[in-house]
Design a protein around this ligand. Sequence first.
Ligand code: NAD
Length: 479
Amino acid sequence: MSTTTLTEPPKVETQATEILRIFNVQKQNQFTIGNTTVAQRIVKLKKLHKTVLKYRVQIKEALFNDYKKHPSEVDLTEIYPVISEIKHAKNNLRSWTSKHSVKTPIAMLGSSSHIKYEPKGVVLIISPWNFPINLTLGPLVSAISAGNTILIKPSEITPHATAIMKKIISEVFNENEVALIEGGVKTSTELLKLPFNHIFFTGAPSIGKIIMKAAAEHLTSVTLELGGKSPTIIDQTADITLAAKRIAWGKYVNNGQVCIAPDYLFIHDSKREMFIKEFKKHLEIFYTKNVSEEISYNRIVNKNHFKRIKNYIDDALSKGAKIEAGGNFIENQNFIAPTLITDAPMDSKLMTEEIFGPVLPIFSFTDLDKVIHEINSREKPLALYIYSKNKKNTNYIIANTRAGGTCINHNAAHFFNTNLPFGGSNNSGIGKAHGLEGFKSFSNSRGVLKQHIPNAMDLLTPPYNNFKQKIIDLTIKYF
Ligand code: NAD
């Protein structure tokens, strides 16, 4: 594995006729898959688990070829989350799929009710490039657990990852159950013409709107796992060394190409200098002084994204921002050093766009309410991070902001707890992923009522009269 010049991937698209053929075979097969038992679904999850581990080395090679992702980081951020999602589903599937009895109101005495989580049917998963294995196979685990047939369309930007996933999928599943469709926007657009029963999309908010519009044509339900600018607040009580260490990890893991990376940061003025010092120290510990030679530091995925991020830096600098760390780049390697920027104007691209790269703008504050006001003047973030030892401050920030998820004294770590729902709110997402919430996203909660003996409702059928009205009045008043 050497640091060679990165090349752009070739374009592959899947024909509309082929997409329709696979969609139709899955549609025909949906009840067979939908009626599989818990034990049968667990067998599939185990097979997927085994096959992912069988190709662990090849997955690492693929990600290195796509954007020089370090093999250990592939283990931590691609393979581990998928394995953890599989284990969690295996352990909980029996309870998720069991009959969930609910209470019966007195007015409906003589009946019993339960919720049955049934598969939605034929579902589509469209995934991004930034964690191509994790964000494709993770939702796949939820979709399999719920008993769907599944078409997957990974990102065209990481073709090596797609190739190894295609191998894994075709080894574990028949195409009438799970099929991977290769392609970019053209293929995605063809897929979106079909009447899927659910679409699980992970990507940019702007593309999420395209997905939702297309889904509306068929009244297809959607889960949208989107992005945006996730803020971090460090107050005057925080452990600054620990905050600097964790943010240096959370910001530059995967080269900052993380939907829940700290996008911009507010630090209490009294701790600003100490934070910058500690942050630089940890950058050196993680990536050495010679970061362009350090293989633990990945690369930006392609030329377009390299240019986009460099453009954000140049724009901010031209408007008066200052570089505190990094700022240097090597264009033919899509390399930008871990960069820390101060004084970026709020109207610079760095502060109006999702950065999605290794650049962190920081701002100092003295008035927490002004920070909260700034955050609330923007779209609801996917994540909001708080570093503080003060419970009152922490609770105040949580109560007065909105975000998809939050870590206190950490960042990005909430993604790894499968017991927590993961996702955004409005512009950062609709619906949730992981564990039970992921399973529910791919399920219809069917409400089932069984009538055992005649009940009061039987007495209240037309024609209405004074006696029936009296019973209705009593029911409204007492039951
Ligand atoms: P993207 O939206 O450009 O692409 C995602 C997928 O959509 C790809 O498979 C792509 O082929 C497809 N696509 C792109 N344009 C399309 C169009 N016009 N019509 C139909 N399909 C289209 O996103 P990306 O660049 O791969 O990923 C980065 C974005 O994803 C960031 O905004 C990031 O915050 C977000 N993201 C969110 C999460 C999350 O869990 N919430 C995770 C990772 C990334």
